[in-house]
Design a binder for this molecule. Sequence first.
Ligand code: E4P
Length: 217
Amino acid sequence: MKFFVDTADTADIADLAATGLLDGVTTNPSLIAKAGRDFIEVTREICGLVSGPVSAEVVALDHEGMMREAEVLRKIADNVCIKVPLTIDGLKTCKALTSDGTMVNVTLCFSATQALLAAKAGASFISPFVGRHDDNGFDGMQLIADIRLIYDNYDYGTEILVASVRHGIHVLEAAKIGADVMTAPPAVIRGLFKHVLTDKGIEGFLADWAKTGQAIG
Ligand code: E4P
C-alpha cells in the first residue's frame, strides 16, 4: 500500500520523505490555509520534496473554472495531481484532464456509487473520506471494502486512496482490504512506527549492553 501524507507543512513532508517510505502528498484548501503560505509557491516546494503525486485542489465549482485553475496548477510540476470534488462538474473536469494525460484525484467521496462514477470518468485516484464517514455514523471501512469489490469486478484502474484517516486501525483495515493508497496526517504516520514493547525492548537491551562494558567500532 502506498503512503501519502496529508499536509502542506513542508518541514513535516521533508522529515517523512527522509524515511524513504513516502509515496506522495495530498493537500486541500483547509491544509493550505493552515500552512499560511502562497498556494502555488508551497505546492511547487512540495513537488520538489517527493517524486510521487502531489494533490492540489481546485476551488472553482463549474467545469470551465476548474479547467482554468487546473491549467495553472498542472504547470507547477510534472508530479502535480489535480484534485476535483465529486460533483458533475468535477467529473466532467476529471474526464477532460485524464483524457489529456493529467493525473486526477477525485475527492469528497462518500458512497460506492460515487466511486463507480469517478472510475468511469477515468480518475487516477478516488478519495473516500473514512474518518468523516465514521463521524457521521456510517462505516468508513465498509465503504472501502465496497469500492474494492466494485473496482475489482470491472478491473477499473482507479486507485483507492483512503483519506480522512484518523488512526492506525484505519491504516491496518485499509491494508487488509487491499486499498491502493492511504493518506494520513504526519502524526498518524509517525504513530505507526511506535509500539510500547519496541521502546521497552530497546530499554532492556541497552541496559544489558551497558553491563558488558563493550562498544561497537
Ligand atoms: C484528503 O485528501 C483530504 O485532504 C483529507 O484526508 C481530509 O481529512 P480530514 O477529514 O481529516 O480533514
